[in-house]
Every structure is written in C-alpha cells, then in structure tokens.
Write a protein that binds this ligand. Structure first.
Ligand code: ATP
Ligand code: MG
Ligand code: MG
Length: 349
C-alpha cells in the first residue's frame, strides 16, 4: 500500500510518519485530540473519536493499511476498520497486550517467565493473593496503564484496602515484586514473510514511573543478549506478528523475566534513530508495508534521555552539544510528566 493509516497522533505516530515519508509513503493520522504532534508531518489527519463509526470508516477507506502507536484502541473501532482495511500488527497482538492479566497468562503459556501474578476482584482476593505472594507486591489496573499510572506498591498486608481504594474499582492484577538487578528492553521486528530481526537490548532507567534513559550497550550477564532476542522472537512468531514489538524485561540472577510487551514502536527504542542504519520507525513501516526488513545493526554507543515537562527548556544548551542528536515532538504545551522530546548522545566506539 502507499498510504498508511496511523491510529494515534502522538510522538510515536509522528516519528512513524517521518519514517514513512522518507520511504515515499503518505500517512493519514486518526486522533481524537486537537493539534496532534503527528498531524504536523502527515499528509492528512482525521480528528474524531474512536466511537465515531462514519469517521473510522472514511479513514479506513482512504488508507491501504492501518497501524497504531498505542494498544488501547477500543475493539469496536478495530472491528469497523478491519472490515475495510488490514490492520498490522494483527488483532491477536492487541488482544493479548490490552490486558495485563491476559498478557501474563499468555506469556506463561508460551513458557516464558513473568512475575508471579493473580487476578484481583475484591479485598478477599487481594488478601489471599498477598498471603500467597508476600510483600512487596504491586497492584496494577489490568487495562489502560502507562508511565506507571494505575499502580500501587504494597509493602505490608495492612495496606491492601487502601491500595484497592486507589484503583477505584478498576479490574486489577497483583504482581509479586521482582528484585531485578536491571531493566532492559528488546525491540524486535517481524516482516510479512516471517523474517525476524532484533535491535540490541537497551538498559532502561525510570523516574516517577516514566522511562528516563535507555543506554546501549546494556550491561548484561553473558547470554543476556541471546536470551532477550530469543524471547522476543518467540513472542513475535507465536503472534504471527508483522511490525515492530517492544519487550520489557527484568534482569535477575535467575535469568530474564518478561515485564510487559508493547505491540508497537517503543520509547526505549528511540536510540536506534542515531545508532543504526534503519531505526525502529522505518523498520516498522517496512514490515507493515511488506518490504524486506532493514539493517538494524548497532554502529555506535548511545544513551537516550527523555525530555520530560520543563526539561524541554534544555533544548538550547543541548543543541550546542556536538554529541547530541535532538528529537523534539512539537507539542504545543508543556505539562509535568509529558514527554516533549528526547536526546540521543552518540559515541562512536
Ligand atoms: P510503560 O510506560 O512502560 O507502559 P507501565 O505503566 O505499563 O509502563 P510497568 O512497565 O508495568 O508499567 O511498570 C513500570 C515500572 O515499574 C517498571 O518498568 C518497573 O520499574 C516497575 N515494576 C513494575 N512491575 C514490577 C514488578 N512486578 N516488580 C518490580 N518492579 C516492577
Ligand atoms: Mg506498559
Ligand atoms: Mg513498562
């Protein structure tokens, strides 16, 4: 296809549209919010909600393939689109990753390790799960969480009721706390022909639940890189996936544990923009457009740092630093916790 429809007009949609335009492809953004960052660089934008059937159908008719920059798209909207236009990555990836309970159940079914987990419906089920799992543990909403939102850490059993209160009755999951030595993620791709390629794993640090930095190469025990890539390939193949996928992993002395998967390009893959010939955005576009996958071999050491909220004010200083590649999202207003851009610090070894 030559026009790509993107559900979601945030920074990920924007960077996908930039990559697509470099390949001579047009993008059409579908986004409920006004002035989406992706709108500035796309050929067309539809501003409408996911409950607007006619708008969804008009959008689907105008594009050749639909992809997405976030996983929480309502099922009914996906059904409407899919009746008119293929969606890549496919629906199974969305079904699995929209709900933490479904996702962890599916991952353990594949033979992969996750944190211990239990479905929580009320205080008795939480009390029982805490008794089973011990503390610390993390209570999370099953759906719609990102940047650590919808999560409460429980350090003692007597905090159960308050934790449940905080989630305001949302369906929840309890996860045992994984005493990790590091967090890494692997960004991998699978082409329409089943070819699989992975970028080097990056090592991630978070602040206030939000990704702060990703560094490549990651500091990993021997075998770590192979293990991470094999896990990602396992997931991609099991989902018959087409596109780029992010897999977040905990590093422990007992091996890698899968935290979560994201069926899309991922913040922790932004380093690829300045560390590889073909970055995660182009790789995703190549995969969904049916092109061969590109070369994602890493040719530099990179540290990616997110510019969050007021940190966007560091732009002038960073622009003077020859080691820095700046990527700004053109967001109209700055809010605390809002991702405004990122910087890749590049060191050629
Ligand atoms: P994202 O913005 O990456 O989608 P999210 O809101 O979906 O994040 P998680 O990735 O589940 O949230 O958790 C955010 C962070 O909290 C993790 O990167 C990790 O640092 C910590 N964390 C989450 N679950 C656990 C766990 N079971 N054990 C230890 N730490 C955890
Ligand atoms: Mg998440
Ligand atoms: Mg996460």
């Amino acid at each position: 296809g030559s026009t790509i429809g993107i559900l979601g007009g945030g920074q990920l949609g924007r960077m996908l549209a930039v990559a697509a335009s470099r390949l001579g492809l047009r993008c059409h953004i579908f986004e409920p919010g006004a002035q989406p960052p992706a709108g500035d660089v796309a050929a067309a934008t539809t501003t409408a909600g996911y409950d607007d059937g006619p708008a969804l159908e008009a959008f689907a008719r105008q594009v050749d393939i639909v992809t997405y920059e976030f996983e929480n798209i309502p099922t009914a909207a996906l059904d409407r689109i899919e009746a008119l236009c293929p969606i890549r990555p496919g629906r199974e990836a969305l079904r699995v990753s929209q709900d933490r309970l479904t996702e962890k159940t599916w991952l353990t079914g594949l033979g992969l390790k996750t944190a211990p987990f239990a479905e929580i419906t009320d205080l008795p089920s939480l009390t029982a799960a805490l008794q089973d799992m011990g503390t610390p543990a993390i209570l999370k909403t099953r759906r719609f969480g990102y940047d650590g939102k919808g999560q409460v850490r429980i350090d003692r059993p007597d905090q159960a009721a308050a934790a449940l209160e905080e989630l305001q009755g949302a369906p929840a999951i309890l996860e045992g706390f994984v005493p990790f030595t590091a967090e890494i993620s692997v960004i991998a791709a699978r082409g329409a022909d089943g070819q699989v390629a992975a970028f080097d794993p990056g090592e991630n640090t978070h602040r206030d639940g939000i990704l702060r930095t990703t560094k490549v190469p990651a500091t990993l025990p021997k075998r770590g890189v192979t293990d991470a890539v094999l896990i990602a390939a396992n997931i991609l193949n099991a989902l018959d996936y087409v596109g780029v996928l992010g897999v977040e992993l905990f590093v422990t002395p007992q091996g890698l544990i899968v935290n979560e998967i994201a069926p899309r390009v991922h913040n922790s893959g932004h380093w690829t923009q300045n560390g590889c010939t073909v970055d995660q955005f182009e790789q995703h576009i190549r995969a969904i457009a049916g092109w061969p996958l590109g070369d994602g071999t890493r040719f530099a050491d990179v540290t990616m740092e997110n510019l969050i909220g007021d940190e966007i004010d560091r732009t002038a200083e960073l622009a003077r630093d020859p080691a820095c590649a700046l990527h700004l999202y053109g967001k109209r207003d700055t809010k605390p916790g809002r991702k405004m851009g990122h910087v890749n610090r590049v060191a050629r070894p």
